[in-house]
Write a protein that binds this ligand. Structure first.
Ligand code: SAH
Ligand code: SF4
Length: 372
């Protein structure tokens, strides 16, 4: 049974107060290998740690996918620049404001502004102005996360000053070689740039979030274990990890025969979530939408494996189909109103409740800043 070394070590560390977790690579590999009854025990341990740290509440972030226009060509992504089959959209400022206020009024406590990567002075100013407007209407108690890819230090700084306080930038894979395999070999897709961006985000005092895709073609469990070590080493405040899901109009689709079955990608993603919760008890961990694309209860399973954040989509329904990072994206034809009821019921069914009107900051972040 999973009275594994990881758990014993964790319990011991908890007792001695060294909660940061010094579990080693072998402990992580063991956690990633678990199935059946032992896997359930792993999930129970992780969910228990989550509840001990954050209580039984789940934080909501209203997700605004405001544009699928992207200057990059990541091999895995359905909205990559080179995909001519996707219809491009860009919400107007008023539509973004409406979606942000909708989330605020629903009591979602935070929003995430996500979109394709655009680097330009006009884009920097546009986001800066939007942030100021949202902040003015919602005040300090409302969280704003950005997920707009790689930007200059100065741009990150401007956005931070304008009111954004969290930034999500997945490293996608911490293995430099695998990273290079899934991105074009040019100056727009450099591993070091992404890494430097993460450092800038941290330096500027954002709550920094990162994560990886799980089940990429040729990705090994050893690489996933190293991803978790990377995440711990980076000392981030938030993690978002989801299964890689193939998209027919992308170059990586060619490698689909190498993919693990979706069930196995689900198992591995959930084990990754549980492991990261055990490694980093006090960070926010998202139950990502991609999980639901491969299992109707994927996000609930993630919460039962240690996640504590859910991102209801508040993008106007009309545009959701076009934000197609991968195939089978769930809720693509629903309106934002449907999501709240549906998610509320889903959370209640797993004996958890929604933290309405709470910003839901990462406890790790709060502790770190308190001790400064
Ligand atoms: N452009 C920004 C944010 C939007 S993409 C950025 O790249 O950071 C958000 C995330 O979607 C990416 O970080 C990636 O991990 C995920 N994603 C893209 N294509 C995917 C796919 N085919 N399967 C699963 N996740 C995918
Ligand atoms: Fe653009 Fe992000 Fe997709 Fe890469 S993953 S193509 S940066 S939207």
């Amino acid at each position: 049974m999973f009275q594994c070394r990881a758990e014993r070590k964790f319990t011991k560390m908890e007792a001695t107060g060294t909660i940061q977790g010094q579990l080693n690579r072998n402990d992580i590999l063991r956690m990633l290998s678990l199935r059946g009854k032992e896997q359930k025990e792993l999930f129970n341990t992780a969910a228990g740690i989550c509840i001990n740290t954050f209580g039984s509440k789940v934080y909501f972030r209203g997700l605004i996918e405001f544009s699928n226009i992207c200057s990059k060509n990541c091999f895995y992504c359905g909205i990559r620049k080179g995909n001519t089959l996707v219809e491009r959209y860009n919400l107007s400022d008023e539509q973004i404001m409406e979606a942000a206020l909708f989330a605020y009024k629903q009591g979602y406590g935070s929003i995430v502004l996500q979109g394709g990567e655009i680097r330009s002075a006009a884009f920097t100013i546009r986001i800066e102005n939007l942030l100021k407007r949202i902040k003015e209407l919602t005040g300090e108690g409302f969280g704003i996360t950005l997920s707009l890819g790689e930007q200059s230090y100065e741009t990150y700084e401007k956005w931070r000053l304008a009111g954004a306080h969290r930034y999500l930038l997945r490293i996608e894979s911490s293995d430099r070689r695998l990273y290079q395999e899934i991105h074009p070999d040019d100056e727009h897709h450099e591993f070091d740039t992404r890494l430097n961006c993460l450092h800038s985000i941290k330096l500027l005092g954002y709550q920094a979030g990162t994560g990886v895709m799980v089940g990429l073609p040729s990705q090994s469990v050893d690489q996933l274990a190293d991803d978790l070590l990377f995440i711990r080493e980076m000392d981030v405040d938030m993690v978002g990890m989801g299964p890689y899901i193939e998209h027919p109009d992308t170059p990586l689709h060619m490698a689909r025969k190498q993919l693990l079955p979706k069930k196995e990608r689900l198992r591995l993603t959930l084990n990754m979530i549980a492991a990261v919760r055990i490694l980093m008890p006090d960070i926010n961990i998202a139950a990502t939408t991609a999980l639901q694309a491969i299992d109707p209860f994927g996000r609930e399973r993630a919460i039962m494996a240690g996640a504590n954040v859910l991102m209801p989509n508040v993008t106007p329904g009309l545009y959701r189909n076009a934000y197609s990072l991968y195939e089978n994206k769930p809720c693509a034809d629903e309106d934002p109103d449907d999501c709240r009821e549906c998610l509320d019921a889903r959370i209640s069914l797993i004996d958890r409740s929604v933290a309405y009107n709470e910003k839901g900051d990462s406890i790790r972040y709060l502790r770190r800043n308190r001790s400064k």
